[in-house]
Design a protein around this ligand. Sequence first.
Ligand code: AMP
Length: 284
Amino acid sequence: MKFFTARKELNQYLQLQKKSGCSIGFTPTMGALHDGHLALIKKSKQENNISVCSIFVNPAQFNDKADFEKYPQTLETDINLLEKINCDILFAPTVNEIYQQPDNPDEIYALGFLDKTLEGLYRPGHFQGVCKVMYRLLTIVDADNLYMGQKDYQQCMVVKKLIELADFKVQLHICKTIREENGLAMSSRNMRLSVKQKEAALAIYQSLIYIKKEISKSMPSLIIENVKKKLVESGFEKIDYVSVANATNLELINEWDGKTPLVALVAAFIGNVRLIDNMILAED
Ligand code: AMP
């Protein structure tokens, strides 16, 4: 595996590869890699000549300083995992390398409603930070294919919007959420949970299954109330949201017409660890 830390060197190398006809697949991550990340890279490897993974804990997308400081960093282990699956390139830049210019107050991405609901509402500035880093990474890597996880449903929608806004010529592939055997969505943040907390965290997945089962029988608001109660009983100390939304635009749904594509989304805290998950309830 080739290891780059300088954006210019990586860009020059990849441009040469592109000129010789190679396709490039890109998986951006914040490291502390698990099987969810590796599934994206494996798919990239199947579909491209060269697969690039980036590891960069992006300060611009953390609205909570403590969350940023506690974010797990396991570079040595990550490198071993990437080598095991024959990832071609790792890009692990420093913060200065990515944000070379001083912060430009005019760098604002017109995300509209996406920036105001759910994660946008509870993590102000988060998606602007995601766009800042993704704009830079997509410019540096100039990939043909981009692999992201449905686990971060709203983030996928934001990046799709960024690709349109900036007219990037990259194809976004949204890959299914990889779960532990018991259903818990894999997440780097799970590393910060005790064994007991990890067991309790399973309640999010169970809630999503419950919502899917109930959605054709009762009102979303009633289902959501039940779920919130169950999450608290299971040990979740704070719930940001339990929502049922239109899967194409994230407008919240109070009464389902039986046709609109639906997604259920949850964000809640166990201790000071914030977990998110989602499930498609009804497809288009
Ligand atoms: P992160 O390192 O958390 O920023 O995630 C990097 C990429 O991996 C994002 O596109 C995530 O959506 C994706 N990802 C994270 N967890 C999972 C998972 N359990 N299954 C599939 N993709 C995931």
